[in-house]
Design a binder for this molecule. Structure first.
Ligand code: ADP
Ligand code: MG
Length: 645
């Protein structure tokens, strides 16, 4: 292969342009990024080496920094997995990593407003960050298991070149030709030993492989021996302590170190929201250091992609990244490390699930995380609210799992809107606390959005009688509340929008019952006529006990599918059985009073049927639903309006 010229993907060009002209003051983070890539590459080859030992390097795993002040170059070399020609093209020519789409979108936005630089700090952009400090970068890399190397070169302009090359071992060497240092611009001298030591200490101290530094000093005629000594001095002692951060007592580790470690393992560039360090003792021993991120990754709901899992170590030795068996799906946002004492070292990914110790650790971690969230909820409301906004819907998936103990723990963590105070979220415990003395159930309502729920006609009687209703609008709510409703503090959940509700209080019971019977008798025929007119869309029409100001509403039977769930099932290509709602009417409403008059005068008046349809359609709209035939509805409405004029 001669020299190939390649163009960067458009997004990469934008990104590079930003890097090169960056005003971001923390330019030193480029080194963290390169070291972290080197460390990831070593992790990868170690993992592949479990089944293919021939891929492993002959010497120890290490990351070597070489600084040449004279030539103004700095290189970062590793003996990790390396990259093939094609891998180089995708990895160092495109932006494929998670979150980058989001980043680019924000970048474009910020570019317009001229405040793009801070975004670098927020997102971190890996390899490309090196263009903040370098005007030329070369990457010499050889994939483990392959004989040839390739050399990638770029000045950060529109593209890069690729050519055949040689490297004695698998691994990667990234060499930067540094821009002139400029302290004012936040650009230190990254060929300076002291600067490099500081930077490694600050960001990469816990990296599990030794990071060594060699500073090339120009040979000086008269003290060649000294120079030789100086070189010896610096090249052997690792700059990083390599101390597994989770083995150190919490009191000795600074928050900043913990946060750097989080960023290192999670590839997130924001501070974590919560840290959970713990030590499991007893039959099985393990240490864990887990984190809850501040922001949900964009792919949190693409389950396969988002469940990145947790790093597994056994006695300080890295075993695997992304071990999904250590936490259930509903905690898939948790990142961190678990270091177990005696998991069998040769377990395969499939066998791991079965491993008794992994099972025990998982149980322990779930409890730890849920308990820590509970403490957070108690002690830091603001943080907890932000947690809930990001991860609440995922956590609620845990209510669909057959695990009573944890279900209770999760219910303790649930927050919901409520008719008690529409501006705030409430916990279930606070709801129960406020329940009326004679109230037996926890009332809730599930819908497509809060706005539709808050104004839903179904809540009229509840509001009038001062009975609080919880409002749920996440897709998962439908499932846990409707399909497998739990109990909370021995109270059942009851939908305000389903079945028959009877809110009559004990004193008023008798007279209300009499009224009901009278209404039945008086309106029975109208009800039948409406039902007939709505045969195709409603399975029943009946008098309502939940309406006070609206003329009609639609309700579902206890076990019936909600419109949201129905839509989801249909989308998934499933057959949905006949699922017509019930229409309830409010005979106190002037509209129905009038309709009754018309009906009594002439039972065959055509207006009865068309009003039935309008009532049904407006009830559908009132709960935020979709009309089956909006055009027919508008025509009908226009006719009625015309008549009324
Ligand atoms: P990230 O590390 O978040 O994936 P980067 O921009 O830092 O993003 O790196 C992009 C990709 O380039 C990495 O995912 C990896 O596949 C590859 N890469 C970068 N540096 C190295 C290296 N030293 N050895 C092997 N592969 C590397
Ligand atoms: Mg990286």
């Amino acid at each position: 292969m001669s020299v190939e010229q390649h163009e960067f993907q458009a997004e990469v060009k934008q990104l590079l342009d930003l890097m090169i002209h960056s005003l971001y003051s923390n330019k030193e983070v480029f080194l963290r990024e390169l070291i972290s890539n080197a460390s990831d590459a070593i992790d990868k080859v170690r993992f592949e080496g479990v089944t293919k030992p021939e891929l492993l390097p002959s010497g120890e795993f290490a990351i070597q920094l070489t600084a040449d002040p004279e030539a103004r170059t700095l290189s970062v070399a590793d003996n990790g997995v390396g990259m093939s020609h094609d891998e180089v093209v995708t990895n160092l020519g495109t932006l494929a990593k998670s979150g980058s789409g989001d980043f680019i979108a924000k970048l474009k936005e910020a570019g317009k407003q001229g405040d793009a630089p801070e975004l670098i700090g927020q997102f971190g952009v890996g390899f490309y960050a090196a263009f903040m400090v370098a005007d030329q970068i070369s990457v010499l890399t050889r994939r483990a298991g392959e004989p040839d190397a390739v050399l990638w070169k770029s000045d950060g302009g529109g593209g890069y070149s690729l050519e055949d090359a040689e490297r004695s071992e698998a691994g990667t060497t990234v060499t930067l030709h540094l821009k002139p240092s400029d302290e004012e611009d936040g650009l230190g001298d990254f060929t300076d030993e002291w600067v490099l030591r500081q930077t490694v200490k600050k960001y990469s101290d816990f990296v599990a492989y030794p990071i060594r530094l060699e500073v090339i000093r120009p040979p000086q005629a008269d003290d060649a021996e000294d120079a030789e000594e100086a070189k010896e001095d610096t090249s052997n002692e690792p700059l990083n302590s390599m101390k597994a951060i989770w083995t150190r007592p919490e009191s000795e580790v600074e928050d900043a170190e913990y946060n750097e470690f989080y960023k290192h393992i999670s590839h997130d560039h924001q501070e974590p929201l919560l840290r959970v360090a713990s030590k499991m003792e007893g039959n099985f021993e393990a240490r864990s250091l887990l984190y809850v991120p501040s922001k949900a990754p964009f792919d949190l709901y693409h389950r396969e992609m988002a469940h990145k899992g947790i790093q597994l170590y056994v006695r300080r030795v890295f075993i695997m990244d992304e071990c999904k068996d250590l936490v259930p799906d509903y905690l898939r946002f948790v990142r961190g490390v678990v270091d177990a004492e005696d998991v069998t070292l040769n377990v395969s990914r499939e066998m791991l699930q079965q491993d008794r110790q992994i099972q025990a650790i998982r149980k322990y971690l779930v409890k730890k995380v849920l308990d820590s969230l509970k403490t957070l909820k108690k002690n830091d409301e603001e943080k907890y609210l932000s947690f809930w906004a990001e991860f609440g819907p995922v956590l609620k998936e845990g209510l669909l799992v057959w695990d009573e103990k944890n279900k209770d723990r999760i219910l303790d963590l649930v927050l919901a809107r409520s008719t008690h105070d529409e501006s705030k979220l409430t916990s279930l415990a606070d709801y129960v606390e406020r329940m009326n003395d004679d109230q037996e159930d926890i009332y809730y309502m599930v819908g497509g959005s809060y706005d539709a729920l808050v104004n839903s006609p179904h809540l009229e009687a509840f509001k009038e009688k001062g009975i609080e209703v919880l409002l749920f609008a996440d897709p998962v709510d439908d499932v846990w509340l409707q399909q497998m409703p739990p109990q909370f503090k021995e109270k059942s959940f009851k939908s305000a929008g389903r079945g028959e509700v009877d809110l009559s209080t004990s004193e008023g019971d008798e007279s209300e019952e009499k009224d009901d019977a009278k209404d039945q008798e008086q309106f029975g025929d109208l009800v039948s006529a409406l039902a007939k007119a709505l045969e195709a869309s409603a399975k029943e029409v009946r008098l309502s006990k939940r309406l006070t100001s609206s003329p009609a509403c639609l309700v579902l039977d206890e076990g019936q599918l909600s419109p949201q769930l129905e839509a989801m099932l249909r989308q998934a290509g499933q057959d949905v059985p006949d699922n017509k709602p019930i229409m309830e009417i409010n005979v106190e409403h002037p509209l129905l009073v009038k309709l009754q008059e018309i009906f009594e005068t002439d039972a065959s008046d055509a207006r009865v049927a068309s009003y039935a349809e309008l009532l049904f359609a407006q009830a559908q709209l009132a709960e935020g639903g979709q009309l089956a035939d909006p055009a027919a509805f508008s025509r009908k409405l226009a006719d009625v309006m015309l008549d009324a004029l």
